[in-house]
Structure formats: structure tokens, C-alpha cells
Design a protein around this ligand. Structure first.
Ligand code: SIN
Length: 528
């Protein structure tokens, strides 16, 4: 049996494999790594708290064989607006069915009707291919079933309330572990043969986000500071329909609502998507999100599902519960929605086996950029990505040799200093609201340059110190720096990155790559 270990038992230990993040990618990897050695999985809060657990709509998968797989690939390529790495997308759609069958074997209870798996549809899918669980709690069901499986494995140890601080890089430029913050003030040094960053996205870099508080881009920032290449950071997906009410969280109103027939209407109660795309409400996300900002007063429009004759409480129990707290009912009311930051298409540059540009370091899931989503991710491809590429990264990691030595002196000292919580929160709010204003859905050179100045000022007042919030603040500043630099460099509009001053596609579809402050553009993410 694996165990949740008290960190006191762990100070300065060696594991074969260190996995940072316990969402779908991290757990999918841990299950495979356990066959080849000792595994430590660390997570920032409780095991149940990850971006995975918030995924509502479902997991897209082509279970119908060859033609179905080919169509899934076609839809993924089309949604990605010319920038999808076709080889990576092929791996995703071809290996997806086997990985999902495995989930079924491990007891994941996807919704069924008369014994058959139920399939729904979401934006830019040419057919219904999305599995869901407990109506709108797909991510949670998958996370629970993976955890149930992981807990049975002798070789896996699970450590909660632990935040990654920095990677440990040897003189030979090999990643040989990481320093971690244990709770609020303990420092752990973990050495490992191979380290996987599966720490998810960074929605908290924007004031409006569907992501939970843990999504502060820690793994991406750690990799970047260590010198790994990151790519396509300008592509942040804004989900078109987050709940919109002053003072309320931007709770996700799943795209599956539109998949089941919901309309988008403006303040006059009129449908408007016919002016923007032939797929109407099921157009690709970037197009729907921009249509909403053009149509709505201050970006607000409404979801209208009142005409759909289904038991909506049963189909969307989580959303219905959330709305009830605001005295709203899917059967009776228009639901106010607006776009919010949802998913980072960019991340740590990896090949399809999770290998980064640093030896000993791997990444998978939202923290990674394989190019599988291009400039705009196809709905419900993210859970599949974590599942498929988490497993592939694990296979590659097991081939890594033990490092010859484990020198302590390459551990970067953690800055000490007083971090006043109140100041950190104010500093973060400033960063997040400016990112929303100047580097959000609609961009231009003037706004992006303003944001660069804001970042430079915020850099001078950045909270120092080793509290979790201090570390997260530093990471969000790094993420914002990467997003803005890449957005300045991309002088075109494509997918989720829209610039008023460059509204057209550049004929060459290039990926952005950043190593430290250096930004470049190239055709293939992984060079031969
Ligand atoms: C949703 O339920 O709308 C989110 C699914 C996704 O992000 O792909």
C-alpha cells in the first residue's frame, strides 16, 4: 500500500522518481513508475485538490475505431488554428482509447444509459465523443479512481501540502531533484533519478479564471528558472462561459451545456453566434470567447438552456447546486456568463515522451507543451492529454540512469525574508488585474508594452521570502513575463492570441520558444 507520509519522515531523501503534481498526468505517470522504482508524488494541498478535479465537461476519446480516431485528429488540428503538432496529436488520439479502457478497468464510473457509455458533444467536435461522469464531475471521478489505484502501490509515497521551490541542477546540467516547501516553513531536499513536472496550469495569473487557487504555474516557472525551454506561452485559452455575477467566483458553466443544446444570447435575448461562425454555439472556444466580448455589455451574455427538455439537475448536478446558491435554475433562468482564463496551451517544451530540454527533467499535462493543442485546445482534450502523455513520460523516465553523485552544493539557497501576507495578496491582485487588462483576450502592442512596464515595477516590489504565497507570487511573475514576452513577439493573430494591431494570420505558423529571456520562433517544437 502506498502511504501519505508525514514530511518529517522524509527530510533530504532519495527517490528514483519525483513527481510534482497529483492531477491526472502525475498520477497516470506514478502508476507506471512504481513498477520500476520508488516514487514520491508531492502536491500543494490535499490530494483531492488539483485542476483535474475541477474538469466538468468530460474526456474526449474516439472509442469507435479507425475512422473515429481520424476524425478526432481532424477536429484537434482544425481547432488548433494551424499550429498543432500533428505527430503529437496523432499520438494523443491513437493512444487515447487504450488509456481510457484502462481507466474503465480501474473502476472509473463514466455515465451510462442502458449499460452503454453516454457520449456528449462540445465545441468544434464533429461528433459526440465525450465521456462524462456524475453528470458534470468527470475530473473528480477520474482523480478519485486514479488515487484509489495509486494508494494500492507499495512503491509510491504521497506527500500533501508541499510546494515545489526550485529544481536542483548538477554541474553537468542534469536535473537531479528539487527543493520543496513543506507546509509553510520547512525545506525538503529530494534527490531523484528523474523528475516529472505535472503541476498543471497557471490560471491564477489572471484576475478572472475558472482555475482553483493552486494553479500558479509553479512547475513551468521552476523549469524556466532552471534553464529549460518553454514554448507557446502566449496561447492562454479563455473559456467562453464562466459564471458572471459581481462578487461570485468565475465558476465554470461547462461547454457541455451548449453540447446539450444551450444557446448564447445577448442582453436583448437574441442569439448572436450566427454572425461569427457556422458552428454557432459550438464553434471553437477562441471564436466564441471573442464573440462574447464583442456582443456583451462589458463582456456579459447569457446561457439559455430553458428549451432543452432533459432532467438538467441530473445531467448537471454540480452546476445546478452552484446556481441554486445564487437563486438561479437552469430550467427557469438565463445564466449570466463571460470569458475567463481556463487553460494554458503553452508550457515546458517536451517531445511526445515528456522529455524536456534538460536531462533528468520531464513534463506532462497542462504544464507541458507538446504542441498537441496548437493555438487553441479542442474541448475535453486536456484530461486525455494528461492521461496519455503522463504514461508516456513515465516510460521514458524509467530509462534514465542513476546520477553518478548527488552534490548538495548545487541546491539553490531559498531566499529568506519576511513576507507580509497582506502585501503579497495586494501585489498578486495588482499583477492579475493588469494581466487581464493588458494581456488578456484582446491584445495590442501598446497594452503589452504597458504590461511589460508593470511587470518591471512589480519585479522591484516582488514578495521575497519562503512562504507558499511568496513562492507563488514569484512564479506568477515569471509566468506573466513569459506570456507577455511571447505575445509581444507574435505579430499576428492566431487561436487564443488575438492582436488588434495584427489581426491576420502570419502565413508561416511558427511556435515561440523561450530560454531564459531569449525568445525565438521556429517551425517544429522539437528539432531533429
Ligand atoms: C468544460 O466543461 O467546458 C471544460 C472542458 C474543457 O476544458 O475541455
Amino acid at each position: 500500500m502506498s502511504s501519505v507520509v508525514p514530511s518529517a519522515d522524509l527530510a533530504d531523501q532519495h527517490f528514483d522518481f519525483l513527481v510534482i503534481g497529483a492531477g491526472i498526468a502525475g498520477l497516470s505517470a506514478a502508476i507506471r513508475l512504481a513498477v520500476s522504482g520508488s516514487v514520491l508524488v508531492v502536491t500543494k494541498e490535499e490530494l483531492a485538490e488539483s485542476n483535474t478535479a475541477y474538469a466538468q465537461g468530460g474526456i474526449a476519446v474516439a472509442l469507435g475505431g479507425g475512422e473515429d480516431v481520424a476524425l478526432h485528429l481532424e477536429d484537434t488540428l482544425a481547432a488548433g488554428d494551424g499550429l498543432v503538432d500533428a505527430a503529437a496529436a496523432k499520438v494523443l488520439v491513437e493512444q487515447g482509447p487504450e488509456r481510457v479502457e484502462e481507466l474503465l478497468d480501474w473502476g472509473t464510473a463514466f455515465d451510462r444509459e442502458n449499460g452503454e457509455l453516454m457520449l456528449t458533444r462540445e465545441g468544434a467536435h464533429s461528433r459526440s465523443r465525450i465521456l462524462h461522469a456524475n453528470g458534470d464531475a468527470t475530473g473528480r471521478e477520474i482523480a478519485v479512481s486514479l488515487l484509489r489505484h495509486v494508494r494500492k502501490l507499495e512503491n509510491v509515497r504521497l506527500l500533501e501540502w508541499t510546494t515545489g521551490i526550485d529544481l536542483i541542477v548538477s554541474d553537468e546540467r542534469r536535473v537531479i531533484g528539487a527543493t520543496l516547501l513543506d507546509g509553510e516553513d520547512g525545506i525538503l531536499t529530494i534527490h531523484s533519478r528523474a523528475t516529472l513536472l505535472a503541476s498543471g496550469g497557471a490560471g491564477q495569473v489572471y484576475s478572472d479564471t475558472t482555475n482553483p487557487a493552486v494553479a500558479t504555474g509553479d512547475g513551468i516557472a521552476m523549469a524556466w528558472r532552471a534553464g529549460a525551454a518553454v514554448s507557446d506561452m502566449e496561447f492562454y485559452q479563455f473559456h467562453p462561459t464562466a459564471f458572471s455575477m459581481p462578487g461570485a467566483p468565475r465558476f465554470l458553466m461547462s461547454e457541455a451545456l451548449r453540447g446539450e443544446g444551450a444557446y448564447l444570447v445577448n442582453a436583448r435575448g437574441e442569439r448572436f453566434m450566427q454572425s461569427y461562425h457556422p458552428l454557432l454555439e459550438l464553434a471553437p472556444r477562441d471564436i466564441v470567447a471573442r464573440a462574447i466580448t464583442q456582443e456583451g455589455m462589458d463582456g456579459e451574455v447569457y446561457l439559455d438552456i430553458r428549451h432543452v427538455k432533459k432532467d438538467l439537475q441530473e445531467r448537471f448536478p454540480g452546476i445546478s447546486r452552484f446556481l441554486a446558491a445564487y437563486r438561479l435554475d437552469l430550467n427557469r433562468d438565463l445564466i449570466p456568463v463571460r470569458p475567463a482564463a481556463h487553460y494554458l496551451m503553452g508550457g515546458i517544451l517536451t517531445d511526445t515522451r515528456g522529455r524536456t530540454t534538460l536531462s533528468g527533467l520531464y513534463a506532462a499535462g497542462e504544464a507541458a507543451c507538446t504542441g498537441v493543442h496548437g493555438a487553441n485546445r479542442l474541448a475535453s482534450n486536456s484530461l486525455l492529454e494528461g492521461l496519455v502523455f503522463g504514461a508516456l513520460a513515465a516510460e521514458a523516465m524509467t530509462g534514465d540512469p542513476q546520477p553518478a553523485e548527488l552534490p548538495q552544493e548545487c541546491t539553490r539557497p531559498v531566499e529568506d525574508g519576511n513576507t507580509q501576507e497582506e502585501n503579497v495578496e495586494r501585489w498578486m491582485a495588482d499583477l492579475r488585474s493588469n494581466m487581464w487588462k493588458y494581456a488578456g483576450l484582446l491584445r495590442d502592442a501598446q497594452g503589452l508594452e504597458t504590461m511589460q512596464r508593470v511587470l518591471s515595477t512589480l519585479g522591484e516590489t516582488m514578495p521575497r521570502g519562503r512562504s507558499r504565497r511568496g513562492i507563488e507570487a514569484r512564479n506568477l511573475h515569471a509566468i506573466a513575463t513569459m506570456i507577455v514576452a511571447s505575445a509581444v513577439g507574435r505579430r499576428e493573430s492566431r487561436g487564443a492570441h488575438f492582436r488588434h494591431d495584427f489581426p491576420q494570420h502570419d502565413p508561416m505558423a511558427l511556435h515561440s520558444v523561450m530560454v531564459g529571456e531569449q525568445l525565438s520562433f521556429r517551425q517544429n517544437l522539437v528539432e531533429d
